[in-house]
Design a protein around this ligand. Sequence first.
Ligand SMILES: O=P(O)(O)OP(=O)(O)OP(=O)(O)OC[C@H]1O[C@@H](n2cnc3c(O)ncnc32)[C@H](O)[C@@H]1O
Ligand SMILES: [Mg+2]
Length: 198
Amino acid sequence: MKEIIIATKNKGKVKDFEQLFKTKGFVVKSLLDYPEITDVEETGETFAENAKLKSQQISTLFNRIVIADDSGLSIDALNGEPGIYSARYAGEEKNDGSNIEKVLDRLEGVPQDKRTARFHCALSVTVPNQETYVVEGTCEGVITTKPEGKNGFGYDPIFYIPEQNKTMAELSSEEKNKISHRANALKKLQVTINDLFN
Ligand SMILES: O=P(O)(O)OP(=O)(O)OP(=O)(O)OC[C@H]1O[C@@H](n2cnc3c(O)ncnc32)[C@H](O)[C@@H]1O
Ligand SMILES: [Mg+2]
């Protein structure tokens, strides 16, 4: 099995990528396997810029092909917040429950038809000292008035997908990885990854 390094310390993302890459014959390693590596500072202004920062810095460190993911939730009624600040929306501790609570507070009283939102995922793959490829994927949804479902991570429990009639957290991992922003971005990267690893 080929090994691929994902420049993330987010357990929820690692689980998604393990599921996504398992069917493609890859073993996924992440920065959770290298706790000594310090976080890459996300100084970009877009998901794509932050993903590039992460893949380029970690690829140089390992001298290996590295994929990074920068992702988040953009809510129309909040002018696109939390956006690139999704992880730390409620504070530096990056607590999913507190982030959800802050979103629901900010959307208090906003009617159902005005709670549209989308998940964004930018994936960046860097070949050491060579090129970096960036792709993006989104998934449209509606923010619920209370969390529903135990699967997934982050904002999944409040992200309702009308076509599925479920929140992202009510989907199984397999179902999520068919329709998510991460899966939609990875589909655009598949040919490049096959070329790079064969
Ligand atoms: O930078 P890394 O180490 O990858 O970890 P991170 O959690 O800081 O990653 P981001 O900066 O990309 O922030 C992503 C945040 O967006 C949210 N998010 C991203 N993908 C999600 C998903 O599939 N379901 C729910 N929330 C998601 C969640 O709050 C994440 O913490
Ligand atoms: Mg981050």
